[in-house]
Ligand binder design. Structure first.
Ligand code: NAD
Ligand code: ZN
Length: 349
């Protein structure tokens, strides 16, 4: 079968023939409907080197944001899993036996350092292929929903959902402000989640005008990325600053903007992995600002994301690519030319 394979550090992925996988005990074989192209894949094949934090050893099939139809059940899988049914696949894979994994928080598996991979498409073969294997307890039923349109929920939906949910205590109450920096795959859905779950005023910014326009359509107030950006963000909050800033880029300038925009006692939530750093000392930051980073999300949270999708509260904008054009999806993503999320369709429906 055809697959998009990350072959070597620093190398653009290739379209390669690989063997069709077989589901192991507790796994299913999924015929992939949609596999989202995430900006993290660019870090995987362009930025990371052997041994870097986050680096996963090649080769493996990319695609950590997937949905499809269950084709076959591996040994021991409950027949409650419906053959032919459409499911979203949770991506992270932990040891399954520690207290985090048992709670469905496989992102923070206590034994992560001893495992051979982080997730499907991150060390283990992912969904940019006609078939993939998925642990059965990672399947979330999509019902009648189109699995191509829903694929981004598995990462571009779940990651901002987890970040926003953890930030809710800071956003509960009247007169609160949230800032979203970077309105691509994750940030756009992040704005939708903030609007649905909080009463906060959502301020959003991106270097791209069309990305800002989409966030405005979703109810955000936008600020462009000009020189006096922080001043304008502060003005919108009456000078106080934002209660939570979500940095969906993570570059040095975006982190600087996030920190300079904080209200005293707010939460700065770094999501983007661009590797930017920020100086931290007594006088350089607003007092009692809590700075944190959040990684992906849990299995129960992904069920909640699917509920929000079915309720029309999350509306991923999907640019569809046939398998023949999968590498073009990555080229466009790197060039900043994707609107919303690029989703590759390895199989015709
Ligand atoms: P994307 O390419 O779809 O979107 C990035 C957006 O940021 C684009 O709209 C771009 O115009 C904008 N941008 C870039 N530089 C900017 C700047 N200086 N100021 C304002 N806007 C800027 O990327 P994505 O797939 O949404 O991923 C976003 C980031 O989150 C990436 O770093 C990705 O690796 C990371 N990520 C983290 C997690 C996690 O668990 N923490 C999960 C998935 C992705
Ligand atoms: Zn990702």
């Amino acid at each position: 079968m055809r697959a998009v394979v990350f072959e070597n550090y620093g190398e653009f992925p290739s379209m390669t023939e690989v063997a069709k996988p077989e589901p192991g005990p507790g796994e299913v074989l999924m015929r992939v409907a949609g596999a989202g192209a995430c900006h993290s894949d660019i870090s995987i094949y362009r930025v990371f080197e052997e041994g870097d934090p986050g680096a996963q050893r090649p080769p493996f099939v990319l695609g950590h944001e997937n949905a499809g139809w269950v084709e076959e059940l591996g040994p021991g899988v409950s027949e409650r899993v419906q053959i032919g049914g459409a499911y979203l696949a949770y991506g992270p894979i932990g040891c399954l036996h520690c207290r985090q994994c048992v709670a469905g928080v496989e992102t923070y598996c206590e034994n992560a350092s001893t495992l051979p991979y982080l997730a499907v498409g991150l060390g283990r073969d992912g969904g940019m292929a006609e078939y993939m294997t998925v642990p059965a307890h990672h399947l979330i039923p999509l019902g009648d929903a189109d699995p191509v349109a829903a694929a981004p929920l598995a990462d571009a939906g779940l990651t901002p959902y987890h970040a926003v949910k953890e930030s809710l205590p800071y956003l509960a109450g009247g007169g609160r402000y949230a800032l979203a920096i970077g309105l691509g795959g994750l940030g756009r859905i992040g704005v939708q989640i903030l609007k649905a779950l909080t009463g906060a005023t959502v301020i959003a910014t991106d270097v791209k005008e069309e990305a800002r326009a989409r966030a405005e359509a979703d109810g955000a107030v936008t600020v462009d990325a000009g020189e006096d950006q922080v001043e304008r963000i502060r003005e919108l909050t009456g000078g106080r600053g934002v209660d939570v800033a979500f940095d969906f880029v993570g570059a040095k300038p975006t982190l600087a903007t996030a920190m300079a925009s904080m209200a005293q006692g707010g939460r700065c939530n770094l999501v983007g992995i661009a590797g930017g750093t920020h100086e931290f000392s007594f006088f350089t930051n607003p007092y009692e600002t809590y700075v944190t980073n959040t990684y992906w999300g849990s299995v129960p949270e992904l069920w909640e994301v699917v509920d929000m999708y079915k309720a029309g509260q999350i509306r991923p904008e999907v640019e569809r690519f046939a398998m023949d054009d999968a590498l073009e999806a990555y080229r466009k993503l790197e060039a900043g030319e994707v609107s919303g999320r690029a989703v590759v369709m390895p199989n015709p429906s």
